[in-house]
Design a binder for this molecule. Structure first.
Ligand code: ADP
Ligand code: MG
Length: 242
């Protein structure tokens, strides 16, 4: 079954069209890596999925729910789609554990004890058992991003959206975040990942999408597109990022 369905989706900011006639389905369990030049619409593409942006034209369904639906439907979509940003966006005044407990308590109405048990398990899963009582300012960027992933997982999303999750990190801290993402992919999580990490795309992605000027220019198996780029635009882009 499709987890995400774009049907002729277009998105404008004022007069400028940022996404044009996007048509694609993302199935449950797919790991879709989205690449493209800066300003091509990658973040907007992700943000439309969890309704951080509204669409002008077409229809966009997430787990069968319309982003143009009732406020209750939109809330449900947001609950089902966990998002991880380039800037980790943790609550600075809360510890790692409290950051992960926050969503379940405040959006799912879970008890503190249950939320704590789940948060501890999630922080262990991302390798941070030893850092649960630390504040974001006491953690490295890679650790903060792993807390952000645990926090997104705490609301039990059906799909995970990542917007350049390693771009703000020093190169030596990237692998620990990519490892957590790879584990998630191997567990079968449906993921849409905007990234410049071509090795991740090649090894973990089940599908690669190249967005160029607000259009889906290529959509196919990562190995194939990366080993044998079908256009000069993609060849130029790949030379730029690698
Ligand atoms: P990418 O993530 O690929 O770099 P974005 O989706 O962030 O691209 O942006 C695509 C285009 O939309 C860019 O030209 C950007 O300047 C514009 N844009 C993004 N967000 C807004 C906004 N809130 N208001 C106006 N223009 C925006
Ligand atoms: Mg972006």
């Amino acid at each position: 079954m499709s987890m995400v369905e774009f049907q002729n989706v277009s998105k404008k900011f004022g007069e400028s069209t940022v996404l044009r006639d996007i048509n694609l389905n993302i199935d449950t369990g797919e790991v879709v890596v989205v690449v493209g030049p800066s300003g091509s619409g990658k973040s907007t593409f992700l943000r439309c999925i969890n309704v951080l942006e509204t669409i002008e034209g077409g229809e966009l369904l997430v787990d069968g729910l319309s982003v143009k639906g009732t406020p209750a439907e939109v809330r449900e979509i947001r609950r089902e789609a966990g998002m991880v940003f380039q800037q980790f966006n943790l609550f600075p005044q809360l510890t790692a554990l409290e950051n992960v407990m926050f969503g379940p308590i405040h959006t799912r109405g879970m008890s503190r004890d249950e939320a704590r048990a789940e948060a501890e398990a999630l922080l262990a899963k991302v390798g941070l058992s030893e850092r649960m009582g630390h504040y974001p300012s006491e953690l490295s960027g890679g650790q903060q991003q792993r807390v952000a992933i645990a926090r997104a997982l705490a609301i039990k999303p059906k799909l995970m959206l990542f917007d350049e999750p390693t771009s703000a990190l020093d190169p030596e801290l990237r692998h620990e975040v990519l490892k957590v993402m790879r584990d998630l992919a191997e567990e079968g999580m449906t993921m849409v990942v905007v990234t410049h990490e071509m090795e991740f795309a090649r090894k973990v992605g089940s599908r690669l999408i190249f967005i160029d000027g607000g259009r889906v220019a290529h959509d196919g198996p990562p190995q194939e597109l990366l080993s044998n780029p079908p256009s000069q635009r993609l060849r130029d882009f790949l030379q730029h990022v690698s």
